[in-house]
Design a binder for this molecule. Structure first.
Ligand SMILES: Nc1ncnc2c1ncn2[C@@H]1O[C@H](COP(=O)(O)OP(=O)(O)OP(=O)(O)O)[C@@H](O)[C@H]1O
Length: 764
C-alpha cells in the first residue's frame, strides 16, 4: 500500500550535518544551496536536485546544470533512491536515510550499506575511494581517492590496499599485500567498518559513527615512590552511544585523565576492554588511530604562524597524499566555521595581536577537526578559561556531538555541565555515577552538583561503597547494563597483538611538509632569527679586534691554532644552541602528531635540513670575517668544511639532548654539560693523557674538527718545528679522516636522538 507521507534525510559527508524533510504524497521539491531543502557544498548549485515522493518512494533528478550521481553512477532522469544510498551533488556526497524504510540492497547495484561483491561469475574489481564516482564511495577526508580494490574472482574475494595514506585494515591489521577475505573478517577504512559475510561486505556502523563500550576496565601502575602496584582505575563500565557528549569529572587525582587516555588508546588500561563499534580498540588501534581526535591540555598549535597556515600543514600531514589544495582549503574553511573562527584565517596566532585563550583552544580544536574525527577526546580543554568562555566552549562541544561525533571531555568546571548528554563521576578510580547531569543532583540528594565533591571527600563512605551504591541503582541498569546488552560478543581480533610502528620508515612528502613548516616557523620568528644570525659576525669581529698575528713563523702558527680552536668552539656552540630546544619546545605537538602518523626519521630530517642551512650561514660569516680581518692562512674551502661539519654535528648533539628531555629548562641546563668537555678535550687547552685522549677521539667533535682545521694550514706552516724539534702544529690524522670522524659523531648523535624520540612512544 502506498504511503501518504515519507521522510528523507541527507547526511552530508562534509560536516555530517543531517537535513531532514517530510514529504506529502506526490510532493515535488528542490534541494540546493537555495532550494526548498538547503544542502550545502562547495559546488552545490542553488537548485541542484529535484525530489519527488510518490507511490514508488523517493525519486531524484538533476534540477539544473549541476551533476548528480547515485552510488557513483551519473543520473539524468528521475531515479529512485533507497536507504543507505550515496547521492553526489557535484563532488559533495550525502548519504540518504529513509527512516521509515527497511534498508535493502539496490537490485544489481552497489548499495553502500550492503555491498554484494560476488554476485557475478565474471571476475571484477571494485574501487573503494572517497570520490563519488568510485564503486564504493567512502566520504571521509581520511580516505584516499583510490584507496583499495576488492577483487572478485573464481579463486575467492580479495582486498588490496592501493598505497593509501591511512591504510586498509583487515581484523585490525594494516594490509601490506593482497589478501583473501574470509567469512567474518572485519574490514576497516578510516572510521568505516564492514564485516565480510561470505558474499557481502556489510557496513556495521552508519556514517562512520563510533559507539564506545568500556567493560571491567582497570589500570595498575608501579608507584615510583613506594615501588608498590597502585590501582588508578577499578571496575569501570560505561557505554557511550554515537553522537553523545559525555563529560568526565571528579575529585582531583580521581583518574579522569587516566580513564580518558584508556578510552582513546593513548595509555591503554591494564585489563578489561574498550570496544569501538564492537571492535577491540587496543588490538585494532592502528585502524582507529587516524579517526580519533584528541585535544590535550596544552595547545597543539605552533603560535608563530598564521592560523590558516597552521591548519594547512596539519591537513597535509594527516590527510591522504592525494588531497589537493582546493580540498585542503575547503577543510580549513569548514573547521574554522565550525569553531567560529572563520574571520581568523589569516590572523597570526601569537604576535602582534595574539588570539585569546579561548580562541587558541578553538584553534587546537580546529587542528583536530581537520581530519573530521568521529570521536573526539578533550582533556581539560576549558581549564584556565573564564566562565563565559567555558560556556561557549561547552556549547561548541555539544554542537560537535550533534554532528554525529562522539565527544568525551574532562572538565573541572561544573557550571555548564547541563549541555552534555551524560556525566561520568569518578572518585579514587571508581565509577560512582554515570547518567544524565540533571539526574545527578537527585541521585546524590544535593541541591547543586558542585557540592558532590564535599560529599565524596567525607571519609565516612568509602569509594568502594559509592561505587557499590551506583551499581545497585536503576541508573546503572539503564545506562550501563541496558546499553551493554546491545553489544555483540568480543571479536576475534582482540587476541591480536598491536602492530609495531616501523622505526625507519621514511615518508618523503611528510618530511617535505614538516621541513616547509619548520622554515615557516624559523622565518616567522624574525627577532630570534636575527639574534642567531648576528652571533657569528659579532664573535668574528671580536676575534678580529683582539687577536694579532705577530711574531715569528712558529708563534704565528701557534696563534692560528688558537684562533682555529676558538672558531671551532664557537661553531659547536652555535650548532648546539640552535637545536637544543627545537624538539622539546614543541613536545605536545610532536607527541600528538606522532600518535597519529608522524615518522621519527622524517621529523628529524625536517629539523636537520633548515638547521644545516643556518649553520652554513653562521660558519660562512664567522670564517669569512675572521679570515679577512686576521689574514689567516687556512685554506678557505677546507676550513669551512671543518667548521660547518663541527656546527652540524653539534646540531645533531643538540637534537639528541632535545629528544631526551621533557622541558626547555632541562635542555638549556644540559647544553653546558656537553659544551665544556668540547673545550677541555679539544687537545688545544690542556695536553691529553692516554685515557682522556681515548675519550676525546671517541666522542669529541672539537678534537677532530680542530685537527681538520689545522690540516688546512699551508704545508710550510705544517713543516715548522718548535724549539724542542717537534712539529709546531702537531696533527693526529689527515683532513679526510678528520672530517669523516666529525661526520660519524654527528651520525651517532642522530641515532641517539632517534632513540630519545622512540622512548617518548612509551605510554606512561
Ligand atoms: N604512572 C603513575 N604512577 C603513579 N601514580 C600515577 C601515575 N599516573 C597517575 N598517577 C596517579 O593516579 C591518580 C590519577 O591520575 P589522573 O591524572 O588520571 O587524575 P585526574 O583525575 O585527571 O587528576 P587532576 O584532576 O588532578 O588532573 C593521581 O593520583 C596520580 O598522581
Amino acid at each position: 500500500m502506498a504511503q501518504n507521507t515519507g521522510t528523507i534525510e541527507f547526511h552530508s559527508s562534509l560536516d555530517r550535518k543531517k537535513t531532514t524533510r517530510r514529504f506529502e504524497a506526490r510532493e515535488n521539491l528542490t534541494a540546493g544551496t537555495a532550494g526548498d531543502i538547503i544542502l550545502d557544498g562547495p559546488d552545490v548549485h542553488k537548485t541542484h536536485l529535484g525530489i519527488r515522493f510518490g507511490a514508488d518512494g523517493f525519486l531524484v533528478s538533476p534540477a539544473g546544470a549541476g551533476a548528480v550521481s547515485i552510488n557513483g553512477k551519473p543520473i539524468h532522469e528521475p531515479s529512485p533512491v533507497t536507504d543507505g544510498d550515496w547521492l553526489a551533488l557535484g563532488t559533495t556526497l550525502f548519504q540518504i536515510k529513509l527512516p521509515e524504510q527497511t534498508p535493502h540492497t539496490r537490485p544489481g547495484g552497489t548499495n553502500q550499506a550492503h555491498v554484494t561483491v560476488n554476485d557475478s561469475a565474471k571476475p571484477r574489481t571494485l574501487l573503494i575511494g572517497r570520490l563519488p564516482n568510485c564503486d564504493f564511495p567512502l566520504p571521509s577526508p581520511l580516505v584516499s581517492r583510490e584507496h583499495a580494490h576488492i577483487i572478485c574472482g573464481s579463486g575467492g574475494i580479495f582486498i588490496e590496499d592501493l598505497g593509501s595514506t591511512n591504510g586498509t585494515f583487515v581484523n585490525g591489521r594494516r594490509l601490506e599485500k593482497r589478501v583473501a577475505l574470509q567469512k567474518g573478517d572485519r574490514v576497516s577504512i578510516a572510521a568505516f567498518s564492514f564485516v565480510f559475510t561470505g558474499d557481502e561486505l556489510k557496513q556495521v556502523d552508519s556514517s562512520g559513527q563510533v559507539r564506545v563500550v568500556v567493560q571491567g576496565l582497570y589500570k595498575d601502575v608501579v608507584d615510583h615512590a613506594t615501588r608498590q602496584t597502585k590501582r588508578l582505575l577499578d571496575g569501570i563500565d560505561l557505554v557511550i552511544e554515537p553522537g553523545e557528549f559525555v563529560v568526565l569529572f571528579g575529585t582531583s587525582g580521581s583518574g579522569k585523565s587516566t580513564l580518558l587516555d584508556a578510552m582513546n588508546g593513548r595509555r591503554p588500561a591494564s585489563g578489561g576492554r574498550v570496544l569501538y563499534n564492537d571492535t577491540d580498540l587496543y588490538a585494532s588501534f592502528d585502524s582507529f588511530r587516524a579517526s580519533i581526535g584528541y585535544v590535550p591540555q596544552q595547545d597543539i598549535v605552533h603560535r608563530k604562524i598564521l592560523t590558516g597556515r597552521a591548519l594547512a600543514y596539519t591537513a597535509k600531514l594527516r590527510l591522504p597524499k592525494d588531497t589537493d589544495s582546493n580540498e585542503i582549503n575547503n577543510h580549513i574553511h569548514r573547521v574554522l566555521g565550525k569553531v567560529k573562527l572563520a574571520d581568523k584565517l589569516n590572523s597570526p596566532i601569537d604576535t602582534p595581536a595574539p588570539l585569546s585563550g579561548g580562541q587558541l583552544k578553538r584553534v587546537s580544536l580546529a587542528v583536530e577537526l581537520v581530519a573530521n574525527p568521529n570521536i573526539l577526546f578533550l582533556d581539560e580543554a576549558t581549564s584556565g578559561l573564564d566562565a563565559g568562555t567555558d560556556k561557549h566552549m561547552m556549547k561548541l562541544f555539544a554542537e560537535l556531538a550533534t554532528d554525529a561525533k562522539t565527544v568525551v571531555c574532562v572538565t573541572h568546571s561544573l557550571e555548564n555541565i547541563d549541555v552534555c548528554d551524560l556525566v561520568v563521576l569518578l572518585h579514587k578510580g571508581r565509577l560512582v555515577f554515570f547518567g544524565p547531569p540533571r539526574e545527578a543532583c537527585g541521585y546524590f540528594g544535593l541541591e547543586r552538583l558542585s557540592e558532590v565533591y564535599d560529599l565524596l571527600e567525607d571519609e565516612q563512605v568509602s569509594a568502594d561503597e559509592w561505587a557499590g551504591r551506583y551499581r545497585a541503582s536503576a541508573l546503572y541498569s539503564r545506562y550501563v547494563l541496558g546499553r551493554m546488552a546491545q553489544t555483540t560478543g568480543l571479536p576475534d581480533s582482540a587476541a591480536l597483538a598491536p602492530q609495531k610502528k616501523p622505526l625507519f620508515g621514511f615518508d618523503l612528502r611528510q618530511a617535505g611538509t614538516l621541513t616547509l613548516r619548520y622554515f615557516d616557523l624559523v622565518l616567522s620568528d624574525r627577532k630570534n632569527l636575527l639574534i642567531l644570525l648576528l652571533q657569528a659576525p659579532l664573535i668574528a669581529v671580536l676575534l678580529g679586534l683582539v687577536c694579532q698575528l705577530e711574531g715569528d713563523a712558529v708563534a704565528k702558527a701557534h696563534l692560528e691554532t688558537t684562533i682555529a680552536f676558538l672558531l671551532i668552539v664557537s661553531a659547536i656552540w652555535f650548532g648546539t644552541l640552535n637545536s637544543a630546544r627545537e624538539v622539546v619546545k614543541e613536545l605536545p605537538i610532536y607527541l600528538r602528531e606522532r600518535s597519529v602518523n608522524l615518522g621519527i626519521v622524517p621529523y628529524l630530517v625536517s629539523k636537520l635540513f633548515p638547521l644545516a642551512l643556518l649553520c652554513l650561514l653562521q660558519c660562512i660569516m664567522l670564517l669569512g670575517i675572521a679570515h679577512t680581518m686576521l689574514s689567516l692562512s687556512f685554506s678557505l674551502p677546507g676550513s669551512l668544511a671543518a667548521l660547518f661539519l663541527a656546527a652540524f654535528s653539534a646540531t645533531c648533539m643538540g637534537l639528541a639532548v632535545s629528544a631526551f628531555v621533557d622541558t626547555n629548562d632541562k635542555a638549556i641546563a644540559i647544553a653546558p654539560i656537553l659544551l665544556v668537555p668540547q673545550v677541555v678535550l679539544s687537545n688545544a687547552v690542556v695536553p691529553l693523557g692516554k685515557a682522556s685522549l681515548w675519550v676525546a677521539k671517541s666522542s669529541m667533535i672539537s678534537f677532530w674538527a680542530l685537527d681538520a682545521m689545522k690540516n688546512t694550514l699551508p704545508q710550510k706552516t705544517l713543516a715548522l718545528k718548535d724549539l724542542t724539534g717537534n712539529p709546531a702544529v702537531p696533527l693526529t690524522e689527515n683532513l679526510q679522516r678528520d672530517l669523516a670522524m666529525v661526520a660519524l659523531l654527528g651520525l651517532a648523535f642522530i641515532l641517539i636522538a632517534v632513540a630519545g624520540l622512540k622512548r617518548k612512544d612509551r605510554p606512561a
